[in-house]
Design a protein around this ligand. Structure first.
Ligand SMILES: [Zn+2]
Length: 310
């Protein structure tokens, strides 16, 4: 059984609300990503336990470093072995937000009892897990894209792909901490997994036929961001202006007139400076503006998981 927990997309903007999944084999469960808060992670793990009749959670994978996919790691059983890319592990060790979320996210999420727990096994390019008869291939694109340590989890036999934040379905993709060039370079790689069922990092489940349009959307956003002048945010010109006209927004559904976040500006700046982000002290007026644009955090609490394949 392959399960996915997909957070619903409402009309409101949201942060810290991700998708996660679980693969139940003959001898236990492999979790693909946890959640940001104690409450959400517990609900997710309870739903998995219910669906799998309390099968033991033997392994877990983090698709990347971001807290919405990894802070709940500490709520996994002690015996669960966690896997992740080595850059993801390094970034999680240095992640300041779990210790002190900048007040730009107001109200700051109620993390609950989550503590830093990083993967015990770090890899560089690929690794294959076996859960009973199920084969779970972990693959890194070979370069930074959404982040430096992105990993997808592919089940070749079941034709399922857990894409992490390398795919946003119905939401504008983010390249806050990765590479805009890498995001563009990995488009074909992302398209090549031949999956019938795609679990994006955010947004609803996608089918194989949805993928070309989703990836075309990613390409469109990234190309526009690349074109954006580095000072566009301050000047309110260029890519920012164009994006406003385009009516796209980071972490929001494409639709009429939601404003554009400054993710592309940041991505552009990173390309120019190579800046590695971020200690909390590095948050700038632009980040404040971004959060103001996209609104306060809204922690949606859906229950249950969806069966992707039985
Ligand atoms: Zn992410």
């Amino acid at each position: 059984m392959v399960l996915a927990r997909c957070a619903p997309i409402g009309q409101e903007p949201f942060w810290w609300v991700n998708n996660a999944g679980a693969v139940a084999g003959d001898d236990g469960v492999v979790i693909v990503d946890t959640c940001a808060t104690e409450q959400r992670t517990r609900r997710f793990l309870e739903a998995v336990a219910e669906a799998t009749r309390d099968a033991p959670v033997r392994m877990a994978v983090n698709t990347h470093q971001h807290g919405d996919h990894a802070y709940g790691n500490s709520l996994l059983p002690d015996h669960t072995v966690i896997f992740g890319h080595e850059a993801m592990r390094d970034a999680q060790l240095a992640d300041p937000l779990i210790d002190g979320c900048p007040p730009i996210w107001t109200p700051v999420p109620d993390w609950g009892n989550v503590t830093r727990r990083v993967p015990a096994v770090a890899f560089r390019s690929e690794l294959t897990l076996h859960s009973g008869r199920r084969r779970i291939e972990l693959r890194h694109p070979g370069h930074a894209a959404h982040t430096a340590g992105d990993v997808v989890a592919r089940l070749p036999e079941e034709r399922v792909l857990f894409a992490g934040d390398l795919l946003f379905n119905g939401l504008t993709p983010m390249v806050l901490m990765g590479s805009l060039e890498g995001a563009l370079k990995s488009l074909d790689w992302r398209a090549g997994f031949q999956a019938e069922h795609v679990v994006p990092g955010h947004g609803p489940l996608a089918g194989r036929s949805d993928l070309p349009e989703i990836l075309a959307r990613h390409e469109q956003v990234c190309r526009r961001a690349r074109w954006c002048p580095p000072d566009g945010m301050q000047a309110g010109i260029g890519g920012h202006e164009a994006s406003l006209q385009q009516g796209t927004g980071m972490m929001r559904r494409p639709g009429p007139a939601p404003p554009w976040g400054r993710a592309p500006h940041r991505a552009r700046r990173r390309i120019q400076t190579g800046t590695r982000l971020y200690p909390a002290s590095a948050w700038t007026a632009q980040e404040h503006e971004c959060v103001e644009i996209h609104g306060i955090i809204r922690l949606i609490q859906p229950s249950g998981v969806t069966t992707v394949v039985p």
